[in-house]
Design a binder for this molecule. Structure first.
Ligand SMILES: NC(=O)c1ccc[n+]([C@@H]2O[C@H](COP(=O)([O-])OP(=O)(O)OC[C@H]3O[C@@H](n4cnc5c(N)ncnc54)[C@H](OP(=O)(O)O)[C@@H]3O)[C@@H](O)[C@H]2O)c1
Length: 388
């Protein structure tokens, strides 16, 4: 068995790489055509029934306004009923034929059943469930005195959307409807001090990607991945605490518009702002560099830890820091090789004679980068291992 894996370790990346070169342009063309066609014929939302969780403020509130402008009937869910009533009034004034307000806590399974049932009892159908309700708690994991304080993040962000979806499925199947998930780039581009929030968004993404496969073609699943949006969650305190105070915020109105346009086109996913998609490539191809950058941004945290550790352990392990940095640089140079060889291979497609030579050099890259793997597994100074 091990022999098969050794064989696949060499052959599979090479074959995949060659296939990517041929398939990516074709797939991009298909995506562009599909985008154009769907933009011309978007879904008509008039009289459709849309249930939005977390509609009392922020993104959920503005999604309600966008759906209202398009004539959808709305069920708005959150814990602050008086805020929901204000949103409902505005949504009706903007063009929604009917809006109902349901006070509920998505982390309670009985509440999830109740708000789905109440929506269907009232409107007789459900066309779209928007899993938006969410919270974030900021702080270093090791400084949390009571870890159970954080279970509410998972209960609301992850289980809240799973439970609501469970009860909505039979109705969405009947209407051939859609589930919309308001996720976050934090699910794959992690920053310190929001570890459980990051994990909740990663879990949410993984769950709904699986569901998309299980439910197709009866129910569509749109996963929205957002950067920082100008709402309560991204208050100054949150941004300051996570050292992201220089990051640009998306306007909540613009963000809600983009989400509704994307859902009407039937897109499976949307990342806003779009440039965040490029960060995904950085994380995938240059993880060491991204780690160094994030540790640098989080330098204040480093100083706190340094003071803390010097009191408890006497001194920091400086040689480990230097060693780790040198190893990071070696790994980065390996990744740069990948980029240069990728470019060389794509150029050589035009000249078939040199193609074989490029494949051999790619194999060389794989062998040399695998040789670096033991280095990558060495722990950094503060005991956080860098493993990719
Ligand atoms: N803002 C950002 O930068 C950003 C970035 C990426 C992703 N997101 C995601 O966007 C979603 C909406 O957040 P937001 O930015 O609009 O923040 P927000 O203004 O704080 O809105 C959060 C909403 O969730 C509701 N909610 C919280 N806990 C709830 C519970 N247990 N049951 C029912 N409703 C609950 C809140 O209403 P009540 O308090 O009245 O219950 C509120 O309406 C979240 O899932 C968040 O993770 C936000």
């Amino acid at each position: 068995m091990d022999l098969i894996h050794k064989f696949l370790n060499i052959v599979f990346p090479i074959v995949s790489f060659i296939l990517f070169i041929y398939l990516l342009p074709l797939l991009s063309l298909y995506r562009l055509l599909r985008f154009r066609v769907r933009s011309v014929f978007p879904e008509n939302l008039a009289e459709k029934v849309v249930l939005i969780t977390g509609a009392s403020s922020g993104i959920g509130e503005h999604l309600a306004y966008e759906y209202a402008k398009l004539g959808a009937r709305l069920a708005l869910v959150a814990r602050r009923e008086e805020r929901l009533n204000v949103v409902a009034g505005k949504a009706e004034a903007m063009g929604s034929p009917k809006v109902i307000v349901i006070k509920a806590d998505v982390s309670k399974i009985e509440d999830c059943k109740r708000f789905v049932d109440q929506t269907v009892d009232h409107f007789g159908r459900l066309d779209c469930l928007i899993n938006n309700a969410g919270i974030a708690i900021v702080g270093l994991f090791e400084e949390q005195e009571c870890i159970t304080d954080h279970t509410s993040i998972m209960d609301i962000n992850f289980w809240g959307s799973v439970n609501a979806t469970h009860f909505a499925l039979p109705h969405l199947k009947k209407s051939k409807g859609r589930i919309v998930v308001i996720g976050s780039c934090a699910g794959w581009f992690v920053t310190p001090k929001v570890s459980v929030y990051n994990a909740s968004k990663a879990a949410q993404k993984s769950f709904f990607e699986t569901l998309r496969l299980e439910l197709a073609p009866d129910i569509g699943v749109s996963i929205i991945t957002l950067g920082l949006v100008d709402t309560y969650i991204a208050t100054n305190e949150f941004i300051h605490e996570t050292n992201l105070d220089k990051a640009p915020l998306l306007s909540v109105e613009g963000c809600a518009k983009e989400i509704v346009n994307s859902v009407r086109r039937g897109d499976e996913s949307l990342t806003e702002p779009q440039w965040m998609r490029t960060i995904f490539l950085w994380v995938m191809l240059l993880p060491e560099l991204m780690n160094v950058a994030r540790r640098f941004v989080n330098a204040r945290r480093g100083r706190t830890r340094q003071g803390h550790e010097s009191r408890s352990n006497g001194s920091l392990q400086q040689p480990d820091v230097k060693l780790a940095l040198i190893l990071q640089l070696i790994s980065i140079s390996g990744t740069l090789q990948l980029i240069s060889i990728s470019a060389a291979v794509s150029f050589s497609i035009r000249d078939e004679k040199s193609f074989e030579a490029e494949v051999i050099s790619y194999a060389y890259f794989l062998i040399s980068s695998n040789a670096m793997l033991p280095c990558k597994r060495l722990p950094l100074a503060d005991g956080v291992p860098v493993i990719y």
